[in-house]
Design a protein around this ligand. Sequence first.
Ligand SMILES: NC(=O)C1=CN([C@@H]2O[C@H](COP(=O)(O)OP(=O)(O)OC[C@H]3O[C@@H](n4cnc5c(N)ncnc54)[C@H](OP(=O)(O)O)[C@@H]3O)[C@@H](O)[C@H]2O)C=CC1
Ligand SMILES: N[C@@H](CC(=O)OP(=O)(O)O)C(=O)O
Length: 371
Amino acid sequence: MKKVGFVGWRGMVGSVLMDRMNELGDFKKIESIFFSTSQVGEKAPNYSSSELLKDALNIDELLEMDIIVTCQGGDYTKEVHPKLKSKNWNGYWIDAASTLRMNSDSVIVLDPVNRSVIDRALNDGIKDFVGGNCTVSLMMMALGGLFESDEIEWLTSMTYQAASGGGARHMKELLTQMKVVGTNFTQMDESLSKDIMKVDQLVTNTLRDGSLDISCFGAPLAGNLIPWIDSAVEAGQTREEWKGVAETNKILGRSENIIPIDGTCVRIGTMRCHSQAFTIKLKRNIPMDEITQMISSHNDWVKVIGNTPEETRSGLTPAAVSGTLDIPVGRLRKMNLGEQYLNAFTCGDQLLWGAAEPVRRMLGILVDSSL
Ligand SMILES: NC(=O)C1=CN([C@@H]2O[C@H](COP(=O)(O)OP(=O)(O)OC[C@H]3O[C@@H](n4cnc5c(N)ncnc54)[C@H](OP(=O)(O)O)[C@@H]3O)[C@@H](O)[C@H]2O)C=CC1
Ligand SMILES: N[C@@H](CC(=O)OP(=O)(O)O)C(=O)O
């Protein structure tokens, strides 16, 4: 049995990964050893092969692993990965953080989309396999059929990203803000609360008067949105927007003839589902039924939602998708810009296909292989 070390397993992404692995019986196929940066010596979870938590900064213990799976974060990767490499560690490193993603000797993993890239890399002796940015992975699961058929000339993605993308504290901050706004409303004098303009004024005042905790987001998110995610990069883009073009083309294994992708990434007040609205310039005028067929037949999780109000409201919202692996794609129609312009909308759980699931499946590929 392969020895697999887990780091970052009790964080948000790590917990989702553990739940999925438990649910699917993945731990039965490996010898699992659990590490921690803060709880060394405490009891390991009951699905662990070892009893106590080991030190996630102890390089000698990590060197014994055949595979290390980390959801601990980029700082951990920056600190530990080079130390293992300098000791000629020959194991496989599977990571949820972005640190190693764009390295020439790493692969961004999303096997329903790029299994051939992964297999080639394994044959070539590549050892670092990194889960992609959540927005990118969710887009590629949704539009995989169009990417695979090489039908896309360019696309824009306008995103609606959930609080969970920032981490657990961000989700709690959103809820706290919602509570303050809601409580202010319910505590309003009854005669005033009948006047919607007074209610609106109260909410606006609450968002502006500095009483809300905004330490994570830097601005209120409840009753608001923030059209900026992550740091600034060149040409006015945010890093999240830049990842759209950089990671997508890397996942597809395209270093030349890259598919241009751009858009605006926006944080909104949902919990854990990222949504995206696409404008897709197709290379040719493809009939709608062919487009539907290409999209829906690409993988087992994508499903086309009819372009009706009922189907959209029941199947194409964060409330419908949260906690599932479903990748609905809807609002499919040719735009009045021309027959080669396709409109589409998707929504996906950013902790499942956006983070934990590609990592879990990569571990499965290694465990099932003879490597
Ligand atoms: N959040 C997201 O949407 C996505 C995140 N990622 C990447 O995954 C990595 C981890 O992200 P995320 O899971 O959000 O990070 P978290 O902050 O939730 O967890 C990271 C680590 O913090 C430690 N920790 C300290 N206090 C607590 C606590 N009260 N409860 C749980 N853990 C605690 C744990 O390590 P220890 O046991 O050692 O103390 C844990 O493994 C990041 O690099 C991120 O970029 C990737 C895709 C999406
Ligand atoms: N940046 C994403 C979450 C994330 O962790 O992305 P990445 O894995 O690329 O750092 C968001 O805020 O929604």
